[in-house]
Design a protein around this ligand. Structure first.
Ligand code: CMP
Length: 420
């Protein structure tokens, strides 16, 4: 088993063992569980074994880290050793075998600190499902709290310890649920002052939990698919704008089609603005990754040096054209050239005839940039097209620095010019 995989399985086992202890220890303190004593004894032994093995494993991992890097080890030690090791060791003590009062077993629940730590870690690692995990973890802690409150209620009751455990627990759970959910039928009443004070505390906790659920669960559910939420929000704003400015229906439809296409292709994200927020080194890496498909497709870039590819990747901006759109018409002034990622374009002469079609990996718009003339022909999208635009500034910079590329593009421009 790979170490990362083993770690994950082991941490899940720790969470399961800690959850078992968190349920069984308080229950045993307030309910008569003599009949299940032997089974609980075995399970307790197992938990002791798991927690002890955890102490050893974590100690070895930090020693190994120490061997790998002295600095890392120092960080590891200062951050984890002291507090975590004490908590881990306390949880590993076989309390049920000690000849002391049973309630000392609650110290085993220190392991729940680890559970909270794992949950934070899982949430951070699994960003995509962080919201679902948050809900699941909230449900976990709420279930445990409910159980503990029911056990606390039982501890304050004057009923004999030996009375029917199942019935007693059900009654306590019934009281806890109606108090926590702020329903409060009032059919189970606190009989002593301590129970009344306990009930006040639980009511306050119940209101807080209720408020948290109302405030957070709805927003967590809304955030489960942030991309979709963002897209729908944009679409609503757009629809409001279109109807406010009475944009003609066919044009409205084209605008909606465009957004739908963007949604299908890139989940509606504007890559350029997201990438622009990154620091320069990351921006280059991400730009290269996002544009690797076009860089691989364009024959002109085959065999080009890494610095050239980096420079050109940073200069290219993604643009989408819809069927029938003109990128430019013959005679327009020129400010950029284009590389086709996906889609098909027609090159249209001044008199409206189709001279050629261009597709994935082709480029166009270079003649006017090279010769500083108006566009020699028009270019029209035949279908939805994803292209990258290279501004004249970046184009000139690239030509200046990479004469062999310049020669290649010039040769292509001259050959095409002859055919216009
Ligand atoms: P430019 O003149 O800037 O704008 C029109 C573009 O169409 C032109 O650059 C070329 O990139 C492209 N083009 C012109 N003629 C042809 C052709 N015969 N085949 C392919 N592409 C062409």
């Amino acid at each position: 088993m790979k170490p990362a995989h083993f770690d994950r399985v082991w941490n899940i086992l720790i969470v399961a063992a800690a959850a078992y202890s968190a349920v069984s220890i308080p229950a045993r303190l307030v309910l008569d569980m003599h009949e299940q004593a032997s089974m609980l004894g075995v399970l307790d032994g197992l938990v002791t074994l798991i927690f002890s093995a955890d102490v050893v494993l974590r100690f070895r991992t930090s020693r190994r880290a120490a061997a790998d890097s002295e600095h890392a080890a120092r960080v590891h030690h200062s951050e984890y050793s002291a507090t975590w090791r004490i908590l881990d060791c306390i949880a590993a003590v076989p309390f049920s075998l000690l000849p002391v009062v049973g309630s000392i077993q609650v110290f085993r629940l220190t392991k729940l600190a680890r559970v909270a730590q794992f949950m934070l870690l899982w949430q951070k690692r699994d960003v995509q499902r962080a919201n679902i995990l948050r809900l699941a973890f909230f449900a976990f802690w709420l279930a445990l709290s409910t159980h503990w409150i029911a056990c606390g209620w039982l501890a304050l009751q004057n009923e004999p310890f030996e009375s029917d455990s199942g019935e007693k627990y059900l009654g306590a759970m019934y009281w806890t649920m109606q108090t926590l959910s702020t329903v409060g039928y009032g059919d189970v009443k606190p009989s002593s002052n301590s129970q009344k004070m306990y009930a006040i505390g639980v009511m306050i906790f119940g209101v807080a939990v209720y408020g948290y659920i109302i405030g957070n669960v709805a927003s967590v559910l809304a955030k489960i698919d942030p991309a979709k939420g963002h897209y729908l929000e944009n679409l609503e704003r757009l629809n409001a704008f279109l109807s406010y400015r009475s944009i003609p229906q066919p044009l409205q439809q084209r605008i909606r089609d465009y957004y739908e296409y963007l949604w299908e292709k890139r989940l509606g994200y504007d890559e350029s603005s997201l990438v622009a927020d990154l620091p320069p080194s990351l921006r280059t890496e991400v730009s290269l990754f996002l544009k690797k498909d076009i860089i691989e497709k364009v024959p002109l870039f085959k065999g080009a040096g890494e610095t050239f590819i980096r420079e050109i990747a940073l200069g290219m901006r993604p643009v989408v054209y819809m069927p029938g759109d003109y990128v430019f018409r013959a005679g327009d002034s020129a400010g950029e050239m284009y590389f086709i990622n996906t889609g098909r374009f027609e090159v249209v002469s001044k008199d409206g005839n189709t001279i050629n079609t261009l597709t994935d990996g082709d480029f166009f718009g270079e003649i006017a940039l090279f010769l500083n003339t108006p566009r020699t022909a028009g270019v029209r999208a035949v279908q939805y097209c994803d292209v990258y635009r290279l501004d004249k500034e970046a184009f000139d910079r690239v030509l200046l620095r990479y004469p062999e590329m310049a020669a290649h593009i010039e040769a292509m421009a001259k050959e095409r010019q002859l055919r216009v």
